[in-house]
Design a binder for this molecule. Structure first.
Ligand code: HEM
Length: 125
């Protein structure tokens, strides 16, 4: 939810300060600059996650909620990529975000492998 508010404010800053609320210019800019296309896709994908970030949705969607919220991994990767592509020269900071997202996703993949392995070959007791 916090991530959504951050991106919403970021998007509003772009709309007001960068594009002076010129909606035609914004619509033209989204497909024209790839880093904006990726940022916008990440923002749009965050909307269903923000709307379902409440106890009622968690209860109603059940296991589908977990599946839906896995989109956050794609959003995080898209955010890091968007940041790296938004700068002229990729210095240290964007690399830190890319490295963190990559490490986190790799760690999840390894953990899932271990869990599947332990389920398939349980330790004799
Ligand atoms: C999950 C979605 C997003 C994330 C995590 C994200 C994150 C970032 C970050 C960290 C930066 C570099 C620091 C900064 O200048 O603030 C940046 C730059 C930028 N973002 Fe996003 N952003 C997202 C979505 C968007 C969207 C939807 C737009 C507009 C359609 C947008 C437009 C921009 C622009 C224009 C810059 C360059 C600012 C400049 O240096 O002039 N971003 N974004």
């Amino acid at each position: 939810m916090l991530a959504f508010w951050y991106v919403l404010m970021h998007f509003l800053t772009y709309m007001v300060l960068d594009q002076y609320l010129n909606f035609t210019a914004i619509l033209v800019d989204i497909p024209r600059r790839p880093f904006i296309t990726i940022g916008m896709a990440a923002f749009v994908t965050l909307i269903p996650l923000a709307l379902t970030s409440n106890n009622w949705s968690i209860r109603r969607l059940g296991p589908r909620w977990v599946k839906l919220h896995k989109l956050v991994y794609i959003i995080a990767a898209a955010g890091a990529l968007h940041f790296a592509m938004s700068v002229k020269v990729v210095r240290l900071e964007p690399w830190i975000y890319i490295a963190l997202v990559t490490l986190f996703l790799a760690w999840r993949a390894v953990r899932r492998n271990w869990r599947n392995h332990n389920r398939a070959y349980p330790r004799p007791t």
